[in-house]
Write a protein that binds this ligand. Structure first.
Ligand SMILES: O=P(O)(O)OC[C@H]1O[C@H](OP(=O)(O)OP(=O)(O)O)[C@H](O)[C@@H]1O
Ligand code: HPA
Length: 185
């Protein structure tokens, strides 16, 4: 399917900036402080959830001052759309999780089906503890479970479709240096 780049550019031009780059960077710093305090002695395996987790994970891990192993997994349910569907695993962890502490890093906790499925997978694979860090938690009543929370949360946002800092609009603007909401969504 061909992409209408004029539309992609227009979405950026008309978007509302929810958080500037400086605000996002300050949030990443705060998350790093909390994780450094909790995980420094636990030799965790850290998983970046591709694709959206890429920017947050990359920035966050450079601020973690303790030994860790870094890998990735890829589970997707939006597939460049603005509405989620069934979860599809593109890449499962290959490293053994047995008796390991695991930290999952993703960009957004929206309805939470993605993070829930990843956490369940890690427990079933024998992880001792599974912790989660998200850059942003969207505020609405459609969570996969009512009590669903990440252990480490950078920022919150209202119930709009957002992009930037790893999050995409139709596959674009993951590179935006700020967090933006699409006009009208
Ligand atoms: O909380 P949820 O409603 O489950 O949505 C959150 C997930 O959706 C996005 O991934 P997406 O499926 O778009 O895959 P991608 O990162 O590869 O684009 C995002 O990166 C999270 O992983
Ligand atoms: O609001 C969003 N923006 C980008 N990706 C997403 N994945 C779930 N929700 C969102």
């Amino acid at each position: 399917m061909s992409v209408d780049l004029a539309h992609i550019r227009q979405v950026m031009a008309e978007a509302d900036c929810l958080y500037t780059e400086a605000e996002v960077e300050a949030a990443i710093d705060r998350v790093a402080v909390a994780i450094n305090a909790d995980l420094a002695e636990r030799n965790p395996i850290v998983f970046c959830v591709m694709n959206g987790g890429l920017i947050f994970a990359g920035k966050l891990v450079t601020k973690l001052g303790f030994p860790l192993e870094l890998s990735y997994l890829h589970a997707t349910r939006y597939r460049n759309e603005t509405q989620g569907g069934d979860l599809f695993w593109k890449a499962k962890p290959e490293i053994s999780l047995i008796d390991r502490d695991v930290l999952i890093i993703d960009d957004i906790l929206d309805e939470g089906h993605t993070l829930s499925a990843i956490v369940d997978f890690c427990h079933q694979a024998g992880a001792r503890a599974v912790l989660t860090a998200v850059l942003i938690d969207k505020d609405h009543q459609r969570k996969a479970r009512p009590d669903l929370k990440a252990d480490y949360v950078g920022l919150g946002c209202s119930d709009r479709y957002i992009f930037g800092y790893g999050m995409d609009y139709k596959g674009y603007w993951r590179n935006a240096a700020g967090i933006y909401a699409v006009k009208g969504l």
